[in-house]
Design a protein around this ligand. Structure first.
Ligand code: ADP
Length: 647
C-alpha cells in the first residue's frame, strides 16, 4: 500500500496542475509539488490542516456550506467546468485560480480532490501576518522574499497611475486600487473583465499590439461599466512575457488625464486669446530667436516691414529688411548681449536706406526669457509713428508760425503807431503856427500849408495802405480795369511826385510808342508811386532815380532804379511779404509799415503781371514790373473780381 501510495505521489507530483486532496473532514492529506509551489506550503506543514486555509476568509463559505462542499453540490450544473476563485498562499497573497472539485469514496473513506489552475496573481494588500518559518536560513529567505513582494505590492499600489494586467484572452487578471478608482467600479468586477466587452476599437487595437509583442498608446474617454463616469484616460500598453519568453498577456498603465485635458483646454484657450491679441494688435509685434531669425510676426509688423508674415519665418532681419536690416540686427544683438531692453528707439527709414516713402518708426526690443532664466530670443515691438511725428512737426511749425505772427503783429503795432504818430507832431506844430499868425493878422506862408498838407497826405497814405492790406487779406481789394495808356500814366505819376523828390534827380526814359495795358489806372498809379517813393526813401539825397518804360514782346516793362542802400540777398525773397522790412532798414532812419510792396505785388499779379527786384547791398536796387500789353495775348488777364485775388 505504501508502495502504491508512493507511486501515486510520484505520478501526482509529475502533474503540471496543482492538486490537493483532503478527507471527508476537509483536512489536507496530500498536495503535489505543483500545489506546493503554488501555495508556498510544504506538504508536511499543510497535511492535517483544514483545506480552507488555502482560501481567503471571505471565500470559505457559500450559502451556508464550505467552499468545497458548495462546489461539489454544483458539480452537475458545472458539468466539469472549473470555477474561478481566489485562493490564498501561505504568505497571504491572493491568487486567482480555476478550481475543479471531485470526490471519491463514501463516509470516512471519502476523498475530495481539488484540481487547480493558476490564473494571474491578484495584487492585494497583505491581510494575514506571516508565519515564522522554523529554520533561520529559510526564515531569512522567506522574509526577504516576503519583503520584496511587499515592497513590490507597495510600489504598485501607491503608484499614481492605474496598473492592470490581462492575459491573452484578454481578461483582466490583476489591478491596483488606483485603476479601480479611475474605472469607478469594484475590483471584483474589474478582475475577470474581458477587455473585449469594453467594445472600444482603439483599446482593442492596443491589446492586439501588445499580444503581438509591441507597445501601444491609447487615449480616449473611458465610460465606466456602470455608465455613470466618463474619465479621459491615457493608457500605455506593453506586452508581458513568461519565463519562456512568450507573450503571456499585457500590462496597461493608466493615467487619468482629466486634469491634463482641462489644463490643455485652458492652455489652448489662453493661447487662442493671445494669438488673437497678437494678430490684431495695433502695433507691430514679433519674436526673433537667439540666432536672430524671425519666429513669428503679426500682421501689423508684416505690413510695416512690407513683406507677408510668412516670408519672415526663419529669416534674419537682413534678408527681410534689405538695407534696413543691419541697423535692426545691431539693435537685436545688443539686447541679446546685454540683456537690457531698448525702448522706443526712433528710426527713420530714409536714414536706414529703406526704399519707398519715408516712414518714422519707434522700435522697442526686449529679451524674452524662459522660466529658468535662459534667453530664448528677443521680442520686438514696432510702431509706425510717421503720422504722429508729422502731426507733431506740423503742430510745431504752426506754433512757430503763430509765435512769429504774434511777434510780427507786436512789431507792426509799435511801428504802425510810431508811423502814424510821426506826421502828427509837425502837423500840429504847423497848425499852431498857422493859428498864431492868423490871430495876429499876419500873412500866411503857403509853404506852411503845403507842408501841413504833406503830413496829412502821408498819414492818409499810411491809413490807405493799412486798409488796402486788410482788403487784400480778405480778398476784397476791388479792381476796375480799363484800357490804359501806361506811358502817360507813368509820366503823370512822376510829375505829381516831383514835389517829394527832394534832392533826388528823377529821370524818365519814355518808350518810343504808346504803351497800352488793360489795367485799373488808380491801382497802377499806386504801384508806380510806391516804387518811386521807395527809391527816394532808400537812396541818398542827390541820387539819380532812373525810371524806364519799354515794351518787350507782348509785355510792358517798367523799371525803377535807384543808387540806394540795396537789399541783402537773403531778404529779397521775402520783400513782397506783408509787414516785411529788410534788416538794413531801421524804423528810426526809414519810416514805413512794410506794406507798399505787398500791396504792389497783389495789384501787379492780379493784372496778370509780375514784380521782382535786382539789388545789391550798398549798390542800389532796381524794381521791375512786367504787365501784358493790351494788344498782346496775355495768359492771365487781370482779374476784375475782388475775390479772385491770389497770393
Ligand atoms: P516800407 O518801405 O514801408 O517799409 P515796402 O513794402 O514798400 O515797405 O518795402 C518793404 C521793404 O523793402 C522795405 O522796408 C525795405 O527794407 C525794402 N525796400 C523797398 N524798396 C527799397 C529800395 N528801393 N531800396 C532798398 N530797400 C528797399
Amino acid at each position: 500500500m505504501a508502495g502504491a501510495n508512493a507511486e501515486l505521489s510520484a505520478w501526482l507530483d509529475a502533474a503540471v496542475d496543482p492538486l490537493v486532496a483532503c478527507d471527508a473532514n476537509e483536512q489536507v492529506c496530500f498536495l503535489n509539488r505543483a500545489a506546493e509551489r503554488l501555495f508556498a506550503w510544504k506538504r508536511e506543514d499543510l497535511q492535517g490542516q483544514p483545506v480552507s486555509r488555502l482560501f481567503p476568509e471571505r471565500m470559505r463559505r457559500h450559502e451556508g456550506q464550505s467552499l468545497v462542499r458548495y462546489l461539489l453540490s454544483r458539480r452537475d450544473a458545472l458539468e466539469g467546468r472549473p470555477t474561478r476563485v481566489f485562493a490564498s498562499r501561505r504568505d497571504g497573497v491572493e491568487i486567482l485560480v480555476e478550481l475543479t472539485v471531485g470526490t471519491s469514496g463514501q463516509g470516512d473513506d471519502e476523498r475530495i480532490v481539488l484540481s487547480l489552475r493558476r490564473l494571474h496573481e491578484v495584487i492585494d494588500t497583505l491581510r494575514e501576518p506571516l508565519e515564522h518559518p522554523r529554520h533561520a536560513g529559510a526564515a531569512r529567505l522567506v522574509e526577504t522574499r516576503a519583503r520584496g513582494e511587499d515592497l513590490y505590492r507597495l510600489v504598485v499600489e501607491n503608484a499614481p497611475l492605474g496598473i492592470f494586467h490581462y492575459d491573452t484572452s484578454p481578461v483582466i487578471t490583476a489591478c491596483n486600487e488606483r485603476f479601480v478608482t479611475i474605472l469607478g467600479a469594484t475590483k471584483r468586477i474589474i478582475v475577470g473583465l474581458n477587455l473585449l466587452s469594453l467594445r472600444d476599437e482603439g483599446m482593442m487595437r492596443c491589446v492586439r499590439e501588445t499580444l503581438a509583442g509591441r507597445s501601444a498608446d491609447y487615449e480616449g474617454d473611458y465610460v465606466s461599466v456602470t455608465g455613470h463616469k466618463v474619465t479621459p484616460v491615457h493608457v500605455r500598453f506593453a506586452p508581458c512575457y513568461n519565463d519562456a519568453g512568450a507573450v503571456e498577456g499585457g500590462v496597461g498603465i493608466v493615467e487619468d488625464v482629466s486634469q491634463r485635458r482641462f489644463a490643455e483646454r485652458e492652455r489652448d484657450e489662453s493661447l487662442a486669446l493671445l494669438t488673437m491679441l497678437f494678430d490684431s494688435a495695433p502695433v507691430g509685434l514679433g519674436f526673433v530667436d537667439a540666432r536672430l531669425r524671425y519666429v513669428r510676426v503679426n500682421e501689423r509688423l508684416a505690413r510695416i516691414n512690407g513683406r507677408p508674415a510668412e516670408e519672415h519665418l526663419g529669416k534674419d532681419p537682413h534678408q527681410v529688411l534689405g538695407p534696413g536690416g543691419p541697423a535692426v540686427e545691431e539693435m537685436l544683438r545688443r539686447v541679446l548681449e546685454t540683456g537690457e531692453p531698448v525702448v522706443e528707439e526712433e528710426v527713420d527709414t530714409k536714414v536706414m536706406g529703406v526704399p519707398g516713402p519715408r516712414r518714422l518708426l519707434a522700435g522697442s526690443c526686449y529679451p524674452v526669457r524662459a522660466p529658468d532664466g535662459r534667453t530664448l530670443g528677443v521680442g520686438v515691438l514696432v510702431e509706425d509713428i510717421t503720422q504722429r511725428k508729422l502731426a507733431e512737426e506740423e503742430r510745431e511749425r504752426l506754433y512757430h508760425e503763430a509765435q512769429q505772427a504774434i511777434r510780427v503783429r507786436d512789431d507792426f503795432l509799435s511801428i504802425a503807431s510810431h508811423e502814424l504818430k510821426t506826421p502828427l507832431t509837425p502837423l500840429s506844430l504847423r497848425l499852431a503856427t498857422l493859428e498864431r499868425r492868423l490871430e495876429r493878422g499876419e500873412s500866411v506862408d503857403p509853404t506852411l500849408l503845403r507842408h501841413a498838407r504833406q503830413h496829412l497826405l502821408r498819414m492818409t497814405g499810411l491809413i490807405n495802405d493799412l486798409l488796402d492790406a486788410s482788403r487784400i487779406e480778405a480778398g476784397r481789394l476791388a479792381l476796375h480795369p480799363q484800357a490804359t495808356r501806361m506811358d502817360s500814366l507813368v509820366e503823370h505819376v512822376l510829375q505829381a511826385m516831383d514835389a517829394q523828390r527832394g534832392g533826388h534827380e528823377l529821370r524818365y526814359q519814355r518808350p518810343e510808342n504808346a504803351v497800352q495795358v488793360f489795367a485799373d489806372p488808380y491801382r497802377l498809379e499806386q504801384v508806380i508811386s510806391n516804387l518811386v517813393e521807395n527809391a527816394f526813401k532808400y537812396s541818398p539825397d542827390g541820387g539819380v532815380i532812373q525810371v524806364t518804360l519799354e515794351t518787350h514782346g507782348e509785355l510792358a516793362l517798367l523799371s525803377v532804379k535807384d543808387p540806394g542802400i540795396g537789399i541783402p540777398e537773403d531778404q529779397q525773397r521775402m520783400l513782397f511779404e506783408r509787414y516785411f522790412r529788410a534788416r538794413n532798414v531801421s524804423s528810426r532812419s526809414y519810416g514805413g509799415l512794410g506794406l507798399g510792396l505787398y500791396i504792389s505785388r497783389d495789384i501787379v499779379e492780379r493784372h496778370g503781371g509780375r514784380i521782382w527786384v535786382e539789388s545789391q547791398v550798398g549798390q542800389g536796387s532796381t524794381f521791375h514790373v512786367a504787365l501784358p500789353l493790351l494788344s498782346g495775348t496775355s495768359a492771365h488777364p487781370p482779374a476784375t473780381q475782388p475775390d479772385r485775388h491770389v497770393h
